[in-house]
Every structure is written in structure tokens, then in C-alpha cells.
Design a protein around this ligand. Structure first.
Ligand SMILES: *[C@@H]1O[C@H](CO)[C@@H](O)[C@H](O)[C@H]1NC(C)=O
Ligand SMILES: *[C@@H]1O[C@H](CO)[C@@H](O)[C@H](O)[C@H]1NC(C)=O
Ligand SMILES: *[C@@H]1O[C@H](CO)[C@@H](O)[C@H](O)[C@H]1NC(C)=O
Length: 547
């Protein structure tokens, strides 16, 4: 109890301290970087400065679907005061245009303690959103809790949907443009963060969902080493959701979008020219109407085009991981969010096991039916699918879509001798769970995106519950420790009384992040063992990563 009270006081103290800071004189920071002179702002919600909306790359106006180029050095002082343009074209509703294709900006948040004699470790955040939505703006991912732990935080943007992930097998649009945007952002950080007081030898890449998948692909990609540690939350390159569909990249996507917009042609390059001059909102809404999926792909090699990934990645080796610390995990109810707000009727026609199996495995009809039955019995027993099975359906989907893929990735990492792998399951349910709070869904466990509220300042999430604030303090401290030391709990403390033991080949330790932190081993063991067997049995039929 004493420990808890002390914590409450220190949290209240921090909050009041921020308020005092607000009334102080503001001195806007000016940084002389390789990119040029950049002026930022002193933050009003903490002891840090912020540089909002720094352009790091330029999109080609004549071909916004192609590769971007690095930003040229600024001639004058660049005033990094505003990140409102840091939003790539994406779908919100058919009536509202969201984003501008010139969206390759990043934000840098620097604690006031950073300077050339006190270089701070750096954390680069890659946002999620199924490669079709999201941004790194401050309103989505507020930095105040993380920078309070004396690390520099950078949030980046990359192009999304058709602008980021058309894969046409041509030098103009080779594929993975959004991931190449990320590479330019990482290079920018490597070149410039020293001038902000950042330690270029202590850079942690950190992302969730599509951001985690991106990071896993950076680990496999052919570019130079631009980071030292990685944190992957709820997503790796084996996540079925984004990467497993039977259809190959659609090389005629521009023709189809153009035709829908009344420009009929057989020439992909004419279609691209037309689309380059078409309003981004029209392109985005049309791609959505046509149910088009854009995601990372295996590229063909062309002269003078720097590739990102050129080999199917399911069997690729993780040479970059050797000696690298990894922090990785998932939320215990990842995909239950999909079902939480559905009504009874929705479940009547649901054929979720069949549909997902058919997406990922190349089985004939009999095999498919047999496999479906086995899985159905495992999760549902003899019950007929209905809203009564909502928890079991969520578990199946979570295991299939995120959790077992993450475990398959971990197995691959182990083979490549990382320094340490710190594994977690986030299972806390409180007032700052992102999805639950946004859609007012009560209940136990953590949905996809729910952990965000315990790392970032998000405007609509409450700051009034002591238990939530303690968990936030624990999470941000462990994450920051990992960024600083490659170890989330270098020593146990009142705040972090449990030592986080790394996973080994034989002992799959993980931290259960709940109202109490606890070390356990093999999360969801029987469910994961079921899928281990299932994948073993159906290896040959797996459609993973077909080119
Ligand atoms: C921009 O795109 C056009 C059309 O594909 C191409 O001709 C030009 O070389 C590109 N510019 C750059 C800088 O890549
Ligand atoms: C499986 O999916 C493919 C398309 O991806 C579809 O053509 C086929 O009919 C599906 N099979 C079954 C049995 O549903
Ligand atoms: C949230 O849901 C609870 C019950 O599930 C309900 O009592 C409450 O009014 C809801 N709040 C909002 C803002 O909809």
C-alpha cells in the first residue's frame, strides 16, 4: 500500500509540475542540423521541445505512386511549428477529403536535458492502420509520457493505400513505396538526430500493427542498418491479416481505378498519368469501392531502383537481428474488437473459420472442410456459431491473425541469435484502453490498439484513474528502459517489482502486463500448441507470401 501511495503522489506531482511549466517564459529552440536550420517550439505539457512537421522526403508530383526522394537542405530557417499537413491521403468517409499526397513529414520531441554533452537514446515510432490509414501527428500519438523518461521520440509518416503500396512490377512503381518512405525517414534521423542531442548509436524502431509489420520487414530488407533495437507490438511480417491473401499484387490496379473514373485505356502508364492529376480523394474512394488491397510485396529488381524486399520473406533469414535486443508482444483479445459491436444477426451467416483458412491455405474442398471442422471443434466444441460464442470467435481470430504469427516470427528470430527477446502479453483493461474507450466497449482483456493509451497521450483518453496512471508509468518506464539499456527492467524498483526475463529457445518467458505485472511462460499455451501442429501438418499448403 505504501508503495502505491508514493506512486500516486509522484504522479500527481508530475501533473502539477507540468502546469507550473506552462506559465514560464518560452524560449523556442533552434537546431543546426545537416538538413538545415530548424526552429521548434517549447512544449506546454512537459519539459521538452517539439519540432512538428519536418519534411524529410518529397513525393514526385508527376508520379505520386512512385518512389519519393530525400528532402533538399533548407535555405532558410525551417519553422517546425505545425504538423497539420502530416496526413497522407486516406479514407474516412465518402464526403470528407482527408490528407494531401505531400505528406512525408516527421515530428521530433526532445527532452530539455538533451544536448551535445548528454546525448539521449532515440525512439522512432511507425504508426499502424493496415497500410491504409493513420499518421504520426501529435494529436494521434502525443509524446509527453515517453519524453518524460528522457528519451527522444520521433514519429514518422509514410504513404498509404494506392499511393504507398501499388506494386506494378515496373521501375516507375516497383512496390513498397510506403516502406521506402520509411527508409528515407530513418536515414533522415541517422543524419540529423545528433544535432538535436540524440545518440545515433542508440536508435530503437518502435511500431504497432502495420508499424510492427513494417519493422519486421525492415529487419529483412536490403537497406543499410539504420537502427539498433526494435519493439514490435501486435504485428510481424507473418500477420495473416495483411499478408495472406491468395491474390497476387494487381498490376492492373491503375487501369481499373482510371476506368471507374471514366478514363479507359490499356496503358498502365497513361492510367498513372491520369491518376497523378486526379483528386486524391477520388482515387482513394475508388480503390475502396473496388475493394482493392494494397500491401507490401516482393519486388522485381530494376537497374537504378533501390529495392526494399526482393525475396519471399517467409523463409528469409534475419541476418540483421544478430546481437540485437527485441521487445515483442500482443494484446490478449486482439481481434475481439471485430465482433464486440456486432448484433446477433451478424453471427448467423458467419463462416469465419472457412473464410480465413481459404485465405491462407491452398486446400482442396474436402481438406478445407475437414480442417475447418477440426478447428471448429477445438474452439467451439459442438456449439453452433452464434453470438453466444463471441469470446471463442474472437480467440480464434486473434490466434489466427496475430498471436500465432507473432510466435512463428519469434521462432525465426531465435534462429538468428538476437541478443535477447523480451516477450509480453498485454491483458489490462482500464479507462485508457484505446479501442474500448473510443467505442465504449466494456469487459475484460485488451483489444487490438488498446495498449496505445498506456504509451501515448491521446486526447480523448481520461487521465483520472490512478490504476491506469500506474500502468502507464510502468509501461513507459519499461519501454524507455529498453530503449536506453536494451532491457526493460535492468533493476527491480518499487514501480517495476518484477524482473522481465528474456525468452529462450526452451523457456518462453513472457511478461503478463496486467494490473499486476507477472512473469509467466508460454502464453495461451494450448491454443498456440494447436496451431503449431496445424501449421506443421499443412506447411505445404500454406499460401504465405506467394509472389
Ligand atoms: C517523376 O516521375 C516521372 C514520371 O514517371 C519521371 O519521368 C521522373 O523521372 C520522376 N522524377 C524523379 C525525380 O524521380
Ligand atoms: C476460396 O477462395 C477463392 C478465391 O480466393 C475462391 O475462388 C474459392 O471459391 C474459395 N473456395 C471456397 C471453397 O470457398
Ligand atoms: C457506455 O456503455 C455503458 C454500458 O455498457 C453505458 O452505461 C454508458 O452510458 C455508455 N457511455 C456512452 C458515452 O455511450
Amino acid at each position: 500500500m505504501a508503495v502505491k501511495m508514493r506512486l500516486i503522489f509522484s504522479i500527481i506531482f508530475i501533473i502539477q509540475y507540468y502546469n507550473v511549466e506552462c506559465s514560464k517564459l518560452r524560449l523556442d529552440p533552434l537546431v543546426e542540423s545537416n538538413a538545415g536550420l530548424i526552429r521548434g517550439l517549447q512544449a506546454s505539457d512537459g519539459d521538452y521541445s517539439m519540432f512538428l512537421g519536418i519534411p524529410f522526403a518529397k513525393v514526385n508530383e508527376s508520379n505520386p505512386f512512385g518512389i519519393s526522394t530525400p528532402q533538399e537542405k533548407f535555405d532558410d530557417v525551417y519553422e517546425a511549428y505545425d504538423d497539420s499537413l502530416m496526413l497522407c491521403p486516406q479514407y474516412q468517409s465518402s464526403n470528407i477529403k482527408v490528407g494531401n499526397v505531400n505528406c512525408l513529414f516527421l515530428n521530433v520531441y526532445v527532452p530539455n536535458s538533451a544536448h551535445s554533452q548528454n546525448l539521449l537514446p532515440v525512439m522512432i515510432f511507425i504508426h499502424g492502420g493496415t497500410f491504409t490509414s493513420g499518421s504520426g501527428r501529435k494529436s494521434e500519438y502525443g509524446p509527453k509520457y515517453l519524453v518524460d523518461k528522457n528519451i527522444i521520440l520521433i514519429t514518422i509518416n509514410y504513404r498509404l493505400g494506392p499511393y504507398g503500396f501499388m506494386c506494378l512490377d515496373t521501375p516507375e512503381v516497383p512496390g513498397n513505396q510506403g516502406l521506402k518512405d520509411q527508409v528515407l525517414a530513418l536515414r533522415w534521423v541517422k543524419d540529423n538526430i545528433g544535432a538535436f542531442g540524440g545518440d545515433v548509436n542508440k536508435i530503437t524502431l518502435f511500431g504497432r500493427s502495420a508499424g510492427g509489420i513494417s519493422i519486421d520487414l525492415h529487419l529483412l530488407s536490403e537497406h543499410d542498418n539504420l537502427f539498433n533495437r526494435v519493439i514490435m507490438q501486435s504485428g510481424t511480417s507473418l500477420a495473416s491479416r495483411v499478408l495472406q491473401t491468395p491474390d497476387k499484387p494487381d498490376k492492373t490496379a491503375p487501369l481499373k481505378i482510371a476506368e471507374y473514373l471514366d478514363f479507359k485505356t490499356d496503358s498502365v502508364s497513361d492510367a498513372l498519368n491520369f491518376l497523378a492529376q486526379t483528386d486524391t480523394h477520388l482515387v482513394i474512394t475508388t480503390a475502396r469501392t473496388l475493394n482493392m488491397v494494397f500491401k507490401p510485396c516482393v519486388e522485381t529488381v530494376f537497374n537504378d531502383v533501390e529495392p526494399f524486399i526482393t525475396k519471399p520473406w517467409t523463409d528469409a533469414e534475419f541476418t540483421k537481428i544478430k546481437g540485437m535486443p527485441i521487445l515483442i508482444g500482443f494484446n490478449n483479445k486482439e481481434r475481439s474488437s471485430e465482433y464486440a459491436r456486432k448484433d446477433e444477426k451478424y453471427f448467423e451467416g458467419l463462416n469465419v473459420i472457412h473464410d480465413k483458412l481459404n485465405e491462407s491455405f491452398n486446400l482442396d474442398n474436402d481438406d478445407l472442410a475437414n480442417m475447418k471442422n477440426i478447428i471448429q471443434h477445438f474452439y467451439f466444441g459442438d456449439e453452433k456459431i452464434s453470438i453466444d460464442l463471441i469470446d471463442e470467435i474472437g480467440d480464434f481470430d486473434s490466434d489466427y491473425t496475430y498471436i500465432h504469427p507473432i510466435q512463428r516470427s519469434i521462432k525465426k528470430y531465435i534462429e538468428s541469435s538476437p541478443e535477447n527477446i523480451y516477450y509480453y502479453m498485454f491483458s489490462y483493461s482500464g479507462g485508457r484502453n484505446f479501442y474500448r474507450a473510443r467505442y465504449n466497449v466494456t469487459g475484460e482483456g485488451a483489444f487490438h490498439t488498446d495498449e496505445i493509451g498506456y504509451l501515448f497521450d491521446v486526447s480523448f483518453l481520461p487521465e483520472d484513474n490512478v490504476n491506469d496512471l500506474i500502468l502507464l508509468e510502468q509501461m513507459t518506464t519499461m519501454w524507455a528502459n529498453f530503449v536506453k539499456y536494451g532491457d526493460p527492467t535492468p533493476a527491480t524498483t518499487d514501480l517495476l517489482p518484477v524482473k522481465w526475463t528474456p525468452l529462450t529457445k526452451d523457456k518462453w518467458h513472457y511478461m503478463n502486463i496486467h494490473s499486476q505485472l507477472s512473469m509467466e511462460s508460454r502464453p495461451l499455451n494450448s491454443r498456440m500448441a494447436f496451431w503449431d501442429l496445424f501449421y506443421k501438418l499443412n506447411e505445404d499448403a500454406s499460401r504465405l507470401c506467394e509472389k
